[in-house]
Design a protein around this ligand. Structure first.
Ligand SMILES: N[C@@H](CCC(=O)N[C@@H](CS)C(=O)NCC(=O)O)C(=O)O
Length: 361
C-alpha cells in the first residue's frame, strides 16, 4: 500500500511483522484541541473532512458529522479510485486544497503539506484545517469525539457520550476495536495460519458476546444510542459484504445472529443512515484496492441480505418502546432513541418537523 517516510512517498509496507498484521498507531491521533472543537461549527468551511466510502473508520466519522448536524459546516471530500501512491483525494483528478492555489492528486500530498517530514501511514479519515493548512487528526475516534463535543445551540444536550457512561463506552469501544473491527483486518491481512486463527477467533467471540449483550437491551449501553453503537455499526455493515469472503471471517454471517442482525437493521433503517452505507462502493473499494489479498480485483457477488427488512420482530427483552424516557446524561430525562432531552425534542419538532424526524425515525 505504501507510506510516507520522512515526507517522501515509498511503495513500502511495514505492517506485517512475523506474519501478523500490526496496525500502526495514528501519528496524528492526539486529542483534538478544545479550541478546534469549539470552532468546528463556529468557523464554517474552515475544517474539511476527507474520507472514503469503503472505509469503516471514515464511516464512523461521517456518521457523527451527520448526527451532530455539522454537514454544512464541515465540507466532506470523498477519496477513492485506484490506489496509486495510496488514496487519491479526488478519484485521481486534481483537487485544489481549500484556501490555497495548490492542486494535489494524492492524499499523501496533503500530509506533506501539513508535516513535511512526516513518517507514517497515509490514512483516511482526515480532519483538515484549511486556515492553518494542517491535519488536525487522522484518527476516527478523535474526530468522532470532537464532532460530538462541538457546541450546538440547536442540540445543546445531545451527546453520544453521556457523562455517566463515559467509562463504560471507553471500555466497550476498546473491545470492539481490538477484538472485532481491527481483528477482522488482522484476519484478512494475516500471513500465518496461527495469526489468522487467533484473529478470527476474536471476531466471533466478540460477535457472540454482543449477541448476548443485545438480547437484554436495545442498544449497547441500554435504551439510548451511544458512540459505541456507531463505532460497531460500520464493522457490522462490512462483515457480510467484505470480511466474510475477502478476510475469511467465515464462521458465521451476521444473518446467523438473530439479535445482532436485527440490531444492525434497526440502526441502518434510521433516517440518514442508509445514505451513508454505499454497499457497492464498499465492495468495489475493498475488493479492487486490496490486490495483495485479491490479486485479480474480482468483486465477490453481493450477499443476499435484506438490510431494509423491518427490525420490529427483534427478539430483545427490553427497551423496545420508541418514546420511553431514560436518564443517561446527567439528571435530565432524554428521548430513548436519541439522547435528546424532552425540551429539545419539543423545540426541534416545533422548529423543524422534518429535521427532528431524522432522529426519531
Ligand atoms: N486509526 C485510523 C485507521 C484508519 C485507516 O486505517 N484507514 C484505512 C482505510 S479503511 C487507510 O486509510 N488505509 C491506508 C493505509 O493504511 O495505507 C482511524 O481509525 O482513523
Amino acid at each position: 500500500m505504501g507510506m510516507l517516510i520522512a515526507g517522501r512517498w515509498r511503495d513500502d509496507d511495514r505492517v506485517i511483522q512475523d506474519g501478523a498484521y500490526q496496525r500502526p498507531p495514528s501519528h496524528l491521533g492526539q486529542p483534538v484541541p478544545t479550541g478546534v472543537v469549539k470552532s468546528l461549527r463556529a468557523d464554517p468551511d474552515r475544517y474539511h473532512l476527507i474520507t472514503s466510502l469503503s472505509c469503516p473508520w471514515s464511516h464512523r466519522a461521517m456518521r457523527v458529522r451527520a448526527l451532530k448536524r455539522l454537514t454544512t459546516d464541515i465540507p466532506l471530500h470523498l477519496a477513492g479510485g485506484a490506489r496509486v501512491q495510496g488514496y487519491a483525494v479526488n478519484a485521481g483528478a486534481s483537487w485544489r486544497v481549500p484556501r490555497t492555489d495548490r492542486a494535489i492528486v494524492h492524499l499523501h500530498e496533503l500530509y506533506e503539506l501539513s508535516a513535511p517530514t512526516y513518517t507514517g501511514r497515509v490514512t483516511v479519515p482526515v480532519l483538515w484545517d484549511s486556515k492553518r493548512r494542517r491535519i488536525i487528526s487522522n484518527e476516527s475516534a478523535r474526530i468522532m469525539r470532537a464532532s460530538d463535543a462541538a457546541p450546538s445551540a440547536a442540540l445543546p444536550d445531545y451527546t453520544l457520550v453521556p457523562a455517566d457512561l463515559t467509562g463504560a463506552i471507553g471500555r466497550l469501544n476498546r473491545q470492539i476495536h481490538e477484538r472485532l473491527s481491527n481483528a477482522a483486518y488482522r484476519a484478512g491481512f494475516a500471513e500465518r495460519q496461527d495469526a489468522y486463527d487467533a484473529a478470527v477467533a476474536d471476531v466471533f467471540a466478540t460477535m457472540d458476546h454482543l449477541e448476548r449483550r443485545l438480547a437484554a437491551q436495545r442498544y449497547l449501553h441500554g435504551a439510548v444510542i451511544t458512540e459505541s453503537d456507531w463505532r460497531l455499526f460500520p464493522s457490522l455493515a462490512r462483515l457480510d459484504a467484505i470480511y466474510h469472503v475477502l478476510f475469511r471471517c467465515s464462521r458465521r454471517r451476521p444473518v446467523d445472529y438473530p439479535v445482532l442482525w436485527a440490531y444492525a437493521r434497526d440502526l441502518f433503517t434510521r433516517m440518514g443512515v442508509a445514505e451513508t452505507v454505499d454497499f457497492a462502493a464498499i465492495r468495489k473499494g475493498s475488493y479492487q484496492n486490496d490486490r495483495k489479498t485479491n490479486p485479480f480485483g474480482l468483486v465477490a457477488v453481493a450477499p443476499d441480505a435484506d438490510w431494509r427488512a423491518p427490525a420490529r420482530a427483534r427478539p430483545v427483552g427490553s427497551g423496545q418502546g420508541r418514546a420511553t424516557l431514560g436518564r443517561p446524561a446527567g439528571d435530565r430525562p432524554v428521548h430513548a432513541d436519541t439522547g435528546l432531552t424532552a425540551r429539545v425534542c419539543r423545540r426541534l419538532l416545533r422548529a423543524n418537523r422534518r429535521g427532528a424526524q431524522a432522529f426519531f425515525c
